[in-house]
Write a protein that binds this ligand. Sequence first.
Ligand code: PMP
Length: 306
Amino acid sequence: MPTPNRFAFFNGEFMPIEQANVSVMTHALNYGTGCFEGIRGYWNEQEQQLFVFQLRAHMERLLQSCKILYMQLPHSADELCSFTIELLRREGFREDVYIRPLAFKGDPIIGVRLSGLTDSFAIFAVGFGQYIAGTSARACVSSWRRIEDNIIPSRAKVSGAYVNSALAKTEALLNGFDEAIVLGADGQVSETSASNLFIMRRGTLITPPITSDILEGITRQVVAELARDELDVPVVEREIDRTELYIADEIFFCGTGVEIKPVVEVDHRAVGNGEVGPISARLVDLYGDVVRGKSERYREWCTPTY
Ligand code: PMP
């Protein structure tokens, strides 16, 4: 049973979660004018420790999203990290958790704009398991296109932009798939509804560049580093065509929520031989150790809670 969450950090204070509420008139609820992060904490049973993975990188990205949305939080990245750790300590989690910092326009007013409004900020955390169940995923190419940088900035994690993700994910689920791969406006592969993507072709890992209307994923960066430094696999950032998905040797999704998830089928075509590929399998294992603080070399990516 996951531990029920009892506290939130809301507008500068820790409080019981049931007190951290907003009005139905809240600007962000009406217009999607918020931005957020998704961070994971991993319980290490042996060390009796909860390690938060890439905490500072997530808070830095949150502040960048805020900047794009004309939001000014009264907190530095370091302070945001401290509040998160303090919240987790108060909760006393002894399990894997998902942490959600959320910055949003909190004013109870009508009128679409971003400037001249009040910024609210909250952090809450919940016990969390796998985002996509099982050891692999079946995917489709979505009929929905990814939002462009000049429509809703994809590199900012904007609340309202997740309607695009929700449409793509729902279509995929209703059609019997686990996840949607979304093409950009130019028809090339961008990412999935909630993760980045790598394909393996002829011994090279390939992922779309940060100018392909993707979220600049933190896990994407971690995977690239692990592949190069631990597996000696070259990593290339370049555009990916849809049909490259159909002939790739391996494909996997990567993101905080989905972790590393090998893809064994796209649009009813087997990826490789339809089994989890060798590089994907090694990355899954490696990542599993790294996030739980079990790899000395990458220990600085893991912030201990207790
Ligand atoms: N793209 C989208 C649209 C996402 O929602 C996420 C999850 N945050 C990612 C990519 C992966 O980003 P990260 O590895 O930083 O979690």
